[in-house]
Design a protein around this ligand. Structure first.
Ligand code: ADP
Length: 482
């Protein structure tokens, strides 16, 4: 099959979260199954160039009329592990510090930025040398592709039989914009109503994708059910129920070559179930880096996350002082909400021998924290899939997670099966429930035989893309046959 992935980010070129990890790994896994894969994304020049990955301009210049001007969009290309990446250049729109905005908020012209990108992606697909079987779109930034394909690009021979898949990586971000953008970007208005992409008088890009895609997927089976409820549906549960017949959940994997404790160049000592000494050395190295007392027997808790309400910071913060007074160590890497960052900085100053907080996005440090930690906290209020817990397990860092979404589907709870467990789950979205789960996990940490089994189970868990890539390929095949 000839498959185009259209995404606003992709590892290792530009990443703000799990979406980039998925786009960096799933196309490769599909390519291994003998499909032809192209990823189209914006060229965020300063972000991409900082990776030192060599990309080359190609002789394609796509012209698009947008918001009153004709824009020439040069295209750049690179090949990574059998996958073609096409990057759309438009420096005034994409060559900015952030992908979607700054700490002051989202960029006001995001509708222009991403719909323009959608149109260029469709033009590139229309110029493909083979018929395009599938356009696989990801999150609100690509929500208008299925609609534009049907309304404006259906007459291109290469796109005549194309089917669309729209994957929801996080329903909480829907891309909502003033209605005037329809006129400015030439979006057909006849679907601008309650059963279409209208949302309280505004444009909702997520609704556009849900409405027009041939199939909708989300990134875990549990989240696919949760989003049909008012609690998790982000005001679209009713709308999703109407489109439920085309909705399914396929759990994410991780790139097990990038995340591999047995040969990760970014960690100070490599390790595996058979060579676990390296894990202990990684812990000591992390303690040294963070200025914490070196101690094998002190439980080292870790957290790597966007600092946002979704990630359960309201459950975490009230516990920190008590944990510090109990003598635990906690290493946090994250960025986001400035108030949360301020609270963490204050606590880190108060408890320098127990708490280390690094603000910012730092991939090399993330590897060291996954490798050095004993316990990985993910108390999310909701979690479509979550990759942090998958990476943590891969590094024998035992996840303590709330029972929600993909966390439910990927972590085997010690209280359900102590022989097969890979972590600990808790249900209530309260600080007390998190505290109980952490203390329960520390009690396990203090029993070497139990802990070693738990850690080995986690280290051995298959979090590769193999199984899920086959499920996507099957979904594509079913759509093409329809
Ligand atoms: P989300 O996509 O909701 O942010 P996921 O758990 O699905 O959460 O994916 C988060 C990804 O981003 C993981 O690969 C995680 O390691 C990485 N990550 C999150 N915060 C940081 C950070 N501050 N520095 C480095 N990597 C981070």
């Amino acid at each position: 099959m000839n498959v185009f992935f259209i995404s606003s980010e992709a590892s290792p070129l530009a990443k703000t979260g799990g979406l980039a990890d998925v786009i960096g790994a799933l196309p490769q896994a599909l390519h291994t199954c003998k499909h032809t894969l192209t990823v189209v994304m914006p060229y965020y020049r300063q972000v991409v160039d900082a990776t030192n990955i060599n990309i080359t301009p190609i002789k394609k210049n796509i012209s698009i009329w947008a918001d009153g001007t004709n824009r020439n969009c040069p295209v750049h290309q690179l090949y990574l592990a059998g996958v073609t990446f096409l990057l759309v250049e438009q420096d005034d729109l994409y060559n900015r510090k952030g992908l979607y905005g700054t700490t002051d908020g989202e960029y006001e012209d995001n509708f222009l930025r991403f719909v323009l990108f959608n149109r260029v992606a469709l033009e590139l697909a229309a110029q493909s040398s083979e018929n395009v079987d599938i356009l696989h779109c990801h999150d609100w930034q690509t929500g208008f592709i299925p609609l534009l394909l049907r309304s404006q690009y259906g007459h291109f021979p290469k796109l005549a039989q194309t089917k669309t898949v729209f994957t929801i990586h996080n329903l909480a971000y829907q891309g909502i914009f003033p209605a005037e953008w329809m006129r400015r970007m030439g979006i057909p208005t006849h679907h601008f109503h309650h059963d279409g992409f209208e949302f309280y008088g505004q444009i909702n890009c997520m609704k556009a994708g849900i409405m027009m895609a041939d199939a909708i997927t989300t990134v875990s089976e549990t989240y696919a059910k949760e989003i049909l409820t008012p609690e998790y549906g982000c005001h679209l549960d009713g709308f999703l129920i109407r489109h439920q017949s085309k909705l399914s959940g396929i759990v994410n994997g991780i790139d097990i070559n990038v995340w591999n404790p047995a040969n990760d160049p970014l960690i100070p000592h490599t390790f595996s179930t058979k060579k676990i000494a390296g894990k202990k050395k990684c812990k000591l190295a992390l303690q040294a880096f963070c200025g914490l007392p070196l101690s094998e027997s002190t439980p080292l808790l870790t957290l790597i996350s966007r600092l946002a309400e979704q990630k359960g910071t309201s459950l975490l913060l009230p516990n920190i002082e008590a944990w510090m007074n109990q003598g635990m160590q906690l290493v946090i890497l994250g960025s986001g909400d400035l108030e949360i960052e301020k609270s963490l900085k204050k606590l880190a100053t108060k408890y320098p021998s127990n708490l280390f907080f690094m603000s910012g996005f730092n991939e090399p440090l993330a590897h060291k924290i996954y490798a050095g930690g004993d316990i990985f906290l993910m108390p999310s209020l909701f979690e479509p899939c979550g990759l942090g817990q998958l990476i943590a397990m891969r590094y024998g860092n035992i996840p303590v997670v709330r029972s929600t979404g993909g966390l439910c589907d990927t972590v085997i709870d010690y209280n359900v099966s102590n022989k097969q467990a890979t972590g600990v789950q808790f249900l209530d979205a309260t600080a007390k429930a998190l505290n109980n789960a952490v203390n329960e996990t520390i009690a396990l940490f203090q029993k070497p035989v139990v802990w070693s089994r738990l850690r080995n189970n986690a280290l051995r868990r298959d979090s590769s893309w193999d199984r899920s890539a086959l499920l996507y390929a099957q979904l594509y095949t079913d759509l093409i046959k329809k």
